[in-house]
Write a protein that binds this ligand. Sequence first.
Ligand code: ATR
Length: 473
Amino acid sequence: TATPQAQIGVTGLAVMGSNIARNFARNGYTVALHNRSVAKTDALLAEHGDEGSFIRSETIEEFVAALERPRRALIMVQAGAATDAVIDSLADAMEPGDVIIDGGNALYTDTIRREKALAERGLHFVGAGISGGEEGALNGPAIMPGGPAESYKSLGPLLESVAAEVDGVPCCTHIGPDGSGHFVKMVHNGIEYADMQLIGEAYDLLRRVLGLPTAEIADVFARWNTGALESYLVEITAEVLAQVDAETGKPLVDVIVDEAGQKGTGRWTVKSALDLGIPTTGIAEAVFARALSSSTEQRKAAAGLSAGTLAAAPTDKDTFIDDIHAALYASKVVAYAQGFDQIAAGSKEYGWDVDPGALATIWRGGCIIRAQFLNRIREAYAEDPQLPSLLLAPYFREAVEAGVDSWRRVVATAAATGIPVPAFGSSLSYYDALRSDRLPAALTQGLRDYFGAHTYRRTDKPGSFHTLWGGDR
Ligand code: ATR
């Protein structure tokens, strides 16, 4: 057998895996290739073998033997049982000090479990969130590696060299121990759901309230992409809306079945938010909105429900477009504030010590939620690492306060014209709740004490109290 010469190996050569393998090779690394079925390995070599230095392998043993020590093997297979199977066979073929990296969308609790088991065998396990889709994997994704800090010393430079870069800073940093990388990637995806839902609501208002033609809406998003909302998702929204269907000549979006799919990371984010007790309402509304869109039978059955008396559309079109822009921006701030709250809570719960400013920094490029906006978040945490909420960072506070009248007009108009805006609406409610001196929670406490003797605290003295409610009657 030849001397091992690959600095990195990739096993699982579907779309993401082959693109990241090519990315490593294009950056000058020798890359060992492996896939359960050899056909994918050979297809990659046939199509792109000339892009760099690859080593073909058929078995896991051959694959592992091709790696320089300490060995570094990146797994890019389906999350769940497939990942466990591949980890098991890799671990059996590896030796203490070697590094296994899971670049898939694993559930962070699985990553915690796997890291613990592998650490007991002397192996380093790195759960790395990778975002950027197909194109990002090839040309530079955002990478969120969690795991032992020691393994990052040798692995970090490799990952940083294939990651995206913004202002010379790589979009990759060590996030923290065990499941932290996959956790922040999960919340990243949740934020992506919220971003897309907010964009969808803005589009719906432009379409159904103002009655703008799709091409004109595409222009609105293209214009928005030159300002504070500049981001990958707003940019591609303009492109998706501008796409004309070759067969029918209609905007392609009008020919697409109106049911949103989901693979699960949004749902995971919301489940985790519930467990941590963090009101991540923007992401939750986005996940529920996708579920509702896919409740086809129910939607069909409910299509005849009366809308009641609807208000007329606003007469000043340009003002309303600006209002929607403000509502989109403010709701986006809320979604990110909530997502960063959840990350802080997860970090505390699991002892990860995640640096929110560093996270905002690596999300500026490569990933799906990349945006100008993240520079502002980075600055906010640089100014005050203990920020109680992103909404309280001076920049965001000013921006949201400047747009709050518009935000209210949009939510009110949506209600009055019968257009659902779950994310705009819940974000505004969240904002109003957060700034409220007294919420109706005192009444909730009264009710809980009434029927369940759950006790309550008083505003004027310490201690727990129980009342014999209505006892005097
Ligand atoms: P993508 O989304 O990038 O297309 P994916 O669906 O997440 O990829 O993962 C598909 C990869 O997981 C494939 O490389 C697949 O191997 P095959 O080409 O042999 O099907 C791999 N995979 C799935 N289950 C696996 C298992 N139990 N053991 C090893 N590899 C597995």
